[in-house]
Design a protein around this ligand. Structure first.
Ligand code: PLP
Length: 403
């Protein structure tokens, strides 16, 4: 693992150059995809030394791989961390982190609005292991502080959340977690390291679904976690045995995608803000959720801890799902799909995507209207995305005039 921190350069330069140099071979300027499952040694003592970790090198692909290490090192530099380790998916990162540090009798304090899969771990799998999980109302900092103060092993945060982009004050919750000796973990998938660095706000671990913004092209799955050497070594040990290893081809695609991370995220945030403002004034729109809007409940916290407000927003339309059924298919420059963070603008109803596992009542309790649409802004030209929404809305008013 490289110790180079690139402290003297800006984050956009880091996305291009960090993590790659050590893996280059034969004068190539691009990272090779090393597909070898195992590594061969003529010297029995050298082999042994690598195997026991006394000298650097690779033994077996479930443990380490040069292409995967280049990916890990790039994310490590972007999150200003000592160490990073990676996984086959974002959910593998989340479940491996939780299982590394939790044992029966422990307690987790988290928010109600975590990603659907994460929420299933909290509501279904951890209780089976006799691990108590307390789900606080997202954005209610007093409630969360009171729950943390009762004692816990892990404080688990995700900010902004999916799909109503609620914000939690990371610095404040990290302080509360530290006071009771808890590990503070933050899912930084929606913000990306371009907009937010949770470790600098006091968190112990930051993790990502690399499938989303980091890769940015919706063509590779992956997960990654960053933190201190001491914590990441323990997570790595759990993962090397558990086997949720990142594939070297995925690592290559994610590395390639990350070189343009800053450019993409800036354009996505610009588009998201313009679309949010457009939607906010439209007569067909009921509600818009975007942390960059001054009307957002947590705009001040977002402004304090984020450098940009990100590419994710959501909105509900008058007439609920009946309107959504007509409007979404009319969009020309949109994927209607379950993913997010890609270069293409992507729309999806929350009840079909992030909250498909919930009942109507559960969605209502979470403040998610049935007709809520999640929008992941792509990197297209802003004017075209607005015009696309405009023509979709117009065809709806024409359709309703005819009927
Ligand atoms: C998608 C997502 C995950 C899960 O990542 P996968 O790569 O799909 O396993 C976790 N957290 C957030 C916020 C996500 O958007």
């Amino acid at each position: 693992m490289s110790n180079q921190n690139f402290n003297d350069i800006q984050i956009g330069t880091k996305t291009v150059w960090a993590g790659e140099k050590e893996v280059l071979v034969h004068g190539a300027s691009q990272v090779p995809v090393v597909v070898s499952v195992a590594y061969t040694y003529d010297d029995m003592d050298a082999w042994f030394d690598v195997a026991i970790g006394k000298r650097p090198g690779h033994i077996y692909g479930r443990n380490t791989n040069p292409t995967v290490q280049a990916f890990e090192d790039k994310v490590r530099v972007l999150e200003n961390a000592e160490a990073a380790t990676s996984f086959s998916t974002g959910m593998a990162a989340i479940s491996n982190v939780l299982h590394t540090f939790l044992k029966p009798g422990d307690r987790v304090v988290t928010i109600k609005d975590t990603y659907g899969g994460t929420n299933k771990i909290f509501s279904e799998f951890l209780p089976k292991l006799n691990i108590e999980v307390t789900l606080c109302n997202t954005g209610n900092h007093e409630e969360m502080e009171a729950e943390i103060a009762k004692g816990c092993t892990i404080v688990y945060l995700e900010t902004p959340t999916n799909p109503t982009v609620k914000i939690t004050d990371i610095e404040r919750m990290a302080k509360a977690g530290k006071a009771v000796g808890a590990l503070v973990v933050v899912d930084n998938t929606f913000a990306t390291p371009i907009n937010q660095n949770p470790l600098q706000l006091g968190a112990d671990l930051v993790l990502h679904s690399a499938t989303k913004f980091l890769g940015g092209h919706a063509d590779a799955l992956g997960g990654v976690v960053c933190g201190s050497n001491e914590l990441v070594e323990q997570i790595y040990h759990y993962r090397e045995i558990n086997g949720a290893t990142m594939d070297p081809w995925a690592a290559y695609l994610l590395l390639r995608g990350m070189k343009t991370l800053k450019l993409r995220v800036e354009q996505q945030a610009k588009n998201a803000m313009a679309i949010a403002k457009y939607l906010e004034q439209h007569e067909l729109v009921e509600q818009v959720f975007y942390p960059g809007l001054e009307t957002h409940v947590h705009h001040d916290i977002a402004k304090k801890q984020m450098r940009g407000f990100g590419g994710m927003l959501s909105f509900s339309l008058k007439g609920g799902m009946d309107t959504v059924r007509v409007v979404l298919p009319k969009l020309k420059y949109a994927n209607r799909a379950a993913n997010l963070g890609a270069v293409e603008t992507t729309y999806g109803p929350a009840r079909t995507t992030s909250h498909v596992e919930c009942t109507v009542e559960e969605r209502k309790a979470l403040g998610i209207p049935e007709g809520l649409v999640r929008l992941s802004a792509g990197i297209e030209d802003t004017e075209d995305l607005i015009a696309d929404l405009e023509q979709a809305f117009q065809s709806l008013s024409q359709a309703s005039l005819r009927s």
